[in-house]
Design a protein around this ligand. Structure first.
Ligand code: ANZ
Ligand code: ZN
Length: 868
């Protein structure tokens, strides 16, 4: 054993040992409890960042800990390998996305391996490989036949210069990110997953996930957005346009029906088209609305604009004529694409009515009173008693809801309805680097799914996209085909799937990654699923997790899995944050400097008082801690940290910095501290084993000092076990080990029992650190004389008898001031303690000439004597 801690050697040896033994390859072992620990797989962007390191370290620590609890632990890893960055890199560097992606994967895999993760690499899954996406295509064809996937027109952002469809995030201020051209909206055919058919189940299922953070469940509930309301129908007779009909609206406030003063429809609404027939101005307005952004968030915040039409509808209860407006704040794809406007109680309607001088009629008595004057007050949106509503006056919200429904039903002009905000999931992308949609378009047969024996539809991997539309649409050898149904010449679909589709089922594929007989081997999938612990970033709280839950139910309904939810417990890890430094340039812009290039000056309390750039010695501003990012230039490269200090130091630092769900602040001092601590552990162990392995510990013959040391060992074991087992609080568990180390370093080494005791202590340190610093623990465990590797050791259990104290030290106070201490037998009575305290010489000194009024005994802690 080297005298000094040499992480490079230790880590290489431990990793080689695990590789050679295939230590983390698992198979189904009936009867042994399983534990499926999964961290969200990475996008192969090029190299790991600190967020990855944190995510995978947390997952690994949990996986290793569960293994020590005796479980059969599955921890797989793979690559979320399709996506736009590969296309962008391809265009920039003129390399095929496939090549770029595979090279990144190869490099990042070496990085992950250097972290010493207990991963079963035999199960590696790469989503851009045909053996993976083949099953995605297979499921697609099944769902298409079932009607769970269907085709309809969808609106996309069209870049007229690049002749391509853009994602919302590629449209900046209404212009294409590359071309700068004004973006148009286009309607094109797309494929949709009918996720809305599962809306209620996706909502209800959240109630059965006690292991998920409340915050994530709330975000999902809001996204699904169930609202109970009323469908109200407004009849219209328009002889001028030869149309009679009803305008359907959805409202969550039927109690305000008597306050409706106009109706408004979306620009895409058929009634808007009808009204614009002979109205050039309205046509122009509709065209303007259609050209705007397709992002819902933009629609909500943009300035409210509208145009009156010549049309009127009838109020369903009063028959009053209400004007029809076309308004940009009404969304076509929500509810019925039309609203009954109640300016007195809805802020958007209020803003609109104020702008266009439409009547405002208050019909609810709110805490703001009976009137609705400008400006808008939040109180106007409250529920309250109805006023100005004829027969409905005096009813409260619920009463009015029911009464309005009765009145509407009588006229057949409305009924209550449940409505979801959730939309069907459009998965067509006009991109190259994605999973081909397995559909063949035939003039005679229509959309024909590719038959199972012709799957997979392989994506050619040698293509370099140029940004001008999808390359697949220009590759006849890809799209030319024959119809599987009639044998006529046909055209293959050239759109690919949204990359969220691949990440919606990878967790299931890991159970049988090489299975050729189907998407998953049901036996294996049901053996491992659901995932016991899923770990990843909060940025995936909504879409990824919702889609994965949806897919799990689709797979269940295909008979592939028996469970309904994929992830029993979810841990959303906090961000890695770091200090930022900048200078403001003459043009007002900021230049950000990497913390590694900045020197700090601190005051006596270690508070930073000055920061200077090392290269020029001039000051820089301190910008506060922020999430590590390229834009703030405050990232720390994990690889250089691993190279410098070793993986165990990085892992220890990450786990010690904060609990997994809180943000962790990067600090060089913290990393150095973690490294120093590991060197201390090494030094103590080294000095100990250099003198040989001691004989067994004789628990019964320990002297008082030895009992104190042994108590510290077992306290640490108990506390660390609780911290880790209950809330994954590895940071406080590490603090326990540090406290124990302080005791062990000071423990006298006089006789053989002292050495045996230190041996027990070092074993505890090694085991408690094993999930966190696995390489160091691997080495130490051998040195401490164990033939079996530490990964196969059990998590330590404390010895209750070691915690029992023979004597307790009590603090003595006189009138609240600390005056001394006494040692008492642990089972001493109150009377004995009081008597001993009264006769303590310090007490006598400080109470001399006074009368003792009261003696307060807090057992195990203190005695306070009140005297005057
Ligand atoms: C009348 C009313 C009066 C409304 C009132 C609100 C307050 P949630 O809760 O999100 O489901 N709405 C309906 N369809 C719309 C569309 N396509 N575009 C824009 N807004 C639409 O919202 C339901 C409410 O949003 C509905 O209730 C409707 O306005 C509006 F004092 O109807 B309400
Ligand atoms: Zn055909």
């Amino acid at each position: 054993m080297h005298e000094h801690y040499q992480p490079r050697e230790i880590e290489a040896a431990a990793q080689a040992f695990w590789d050679a033994r295939k230590s983390f390859e698992v198979s189904e072992e009936p009867g042994k409890p399983t534990y499926y620990c999964l961290s969200m797989f990475p996008y192969p962007s090029g190299k790991l960042h600190m967020g990855h390191v944190r995510n995978y370290t947390i997952g690994d620590v949990i996986a290793r800990y569960q293994r020590m609890l005796g479980k059969n632990v599955l921890q797989p890893m793979g690559w979320d390998a399709f996506g736009m960055p590969a296309e962008n890199a391809a265009m920039k560097n003129n390399v095929a996305p496939a090549k770029w992606t595979y090279e990144n994967i190869a490099y990042m895999k070496t990085q992950l391996k250097s972290l010493g993760l207990a991963i079963d690499w035999s199960r590696e899954v790469t989503t851009c490989k045909p053996d993976y996406y083949r099953w995605e295509q297979w499921l697609f064809t099944r769902l298409f036949e079932k009607g769970v996937i269907y085709r309809k027109n969808g609106t996309v952002n069209w870049d007229p210069v690049d002749q391509t469809v853009l994602a919302n995030e590629q449209v900046i201020d209404g212009r294409g990110w590359r071309s700068g051209a004004v973006i148009e909206k286009r309607e094109i055919p797309m494929y949709y997953f009918k996720i809305t058919a599962y809306a209620e189940e996706l909502l209800q299922g959240l109630d059965d996930l006690p292991g998920w953070p409340e915050q994530v469940k709330t975000m999902q509930r809001n996204w699904i957005g169930k609202s109970k309301g009323m469908e109200v129908r407004f009849p219209y007779h328009q002889p001028s346009i030869g149309e009679d009909g009803v305008l359907k609206v959805f409202t969550t406030r039927p109690d305000t029906l008597m306050g409706a003063t106009y109706v408004a429809v979306a620009a895409e609404h058929p009634l808007a088209t009808l009204a614009a027939q002979d109205d050039a101005e309205l046509q122009a307005f509709i065209a303007e609305c259609k050209a705007g952004s397709v992002a819902e968030a933009d629609m909500a915040t943009q300035e409210k604009k509208g145009r009156a039409t010549s049309l009127f509808v009838e109020h369903p209860l009063t028959g009053e004529k209400l004007p029809v407006w076309v308004a940009n704040y009404v969304l076509m794809h929500y509810g019925d694409g039309a609203v009954m406007a109640v300016p007195a109680h809805d802020e958007r309607d209020f803003e609109f009515a104020s702008k266009y001088n439409l009547p405002i009629k208050a019909v609810v008595r709110t805490s703001a009173g009976d009137e609705t004057p400008a400006p808008w007050q939040a109180a106007y949106g409250e529920h309250g008693q109805l006023i100005n509503s004829g027969e409905f006056d005096g009813l409260d919200f619920e009463g009015a809801f029911d009464a309005m429904e009765v009145a509407l039903l009588k006229k057949n002009l409305g009924q209550s309805r449940v409505q979801y905000r959730l939309r069907d999931w459009g998965i067509s992308r006009q991109r190259y680097w994605g999973c081909p949609i397995p559909i063949i378009h035939c003039d005679g047969c229509g959309d024909v799914p590719v038959p199972e024996d012709q799957l997979p539809v392989v994506l050619p991997e040698d293509v370099v996209p140029d940004g001008a539309g999808s390359p697949l649409a220009r590759l006849p050898e890809f799209y030319e085909c024959t119809c599987p149904r009639c044998g006529q010449a046909a055209r293959r679909e050239t759109d690919t799937m949204d990359t969220f589709v691949e990440s919606s089922w990878y967790f299931a594929r890991y159970a049988s990654p090489h299975y050729e007989g189907g998407m998953v081997d049901p036996a294996a999938a049901n053996h491992w699923l659901p995932v016991d612990q899923y770990i990843g970033g909060i940025e995936h709280a909504i879409l990824h997790l919702l889609y994965a839950r949806f897919f799990h139910k689709l797979m269940r309904d295909e008979g592939l899995v028996t469970s309904s939810e994929p992830f029993t417990n979810l841990l959303t890890q906090g961000m890695v944050i770091a200090e930022t430094y900048y200078r403001t340039e003459a043009n007002g812009g900021k230049t950000w400097f990497n913390p590694a290039d900045v020197d700090l000056e601190r005051d006596a309390k270690a508070k930073v008082i000055r920061a200077t750039l090392r290269s020029d010695g001039q000051p820089v501003e301190i910008g506060g801690t922020e999430k590590m990012s390229k834009s703030k230039n405050n990232g720390v490269d994990p690889q250089s940290m691993i190279d410098q200090f070793g993986a165990d130091t990085c892992r220890l630092f990450m786990m010690f910095a904060s609990p997994p769900d809180m943000s962790a602040e990067w600090s060089d001092a913290g990393v150095e501290g973690a490294n120093r601590f590991l060197r201390r552990v090494w030094r103590l162990a080294q000095a100990h084993v250099a003198q040989g392995i001691p004989g067994p510990l004789q628990v019964t013959g320990l002297n008082d000092g030895q009992k104190v040391v042994r108590r510290a060992i077992h306290l640490a074991i108990r506390q660390a076990g609780q911290d880790v087992g209950q809330h994954h609080k590895f940071n406080t568990a590490i603090a326990q080990v540090m406290t124990l180390m302080n005791v062990l370093e000071k423990a006298p080494q006089v006789d053989e029992q002292d050495r045996a005791l230190l041996h027990e202590g070092l074993e505890a340190v090694t085991l408690l650190l094993a999930p966190i610093t696995p390489h160091l623990s691997h080495e130490l465990w051998q040195r401490l004389g164990h033939a079996e590797p530490v990964i196969d050791a059990a998590w330590p259990k404390h010895d209750e008898s070691a915690l029992v104290q023979d004597t307790l030290t009590l603090v003595i106070q006189v009138n609240g001031k600390l005056r001394g201490q006494i040692d008492m037998p642990a089972d001493a009575s109150r009377e004995d303690i009081e008597a001993a305290a009264r006769s303590n010489e310090n007490v006598l000194r400080f109470t001399e000439g006074q009368t003792i009024r009261k003696v307060i005994v807090v057992p195990g802690k203190l005695v306070n004597i009140v005297a005057n």
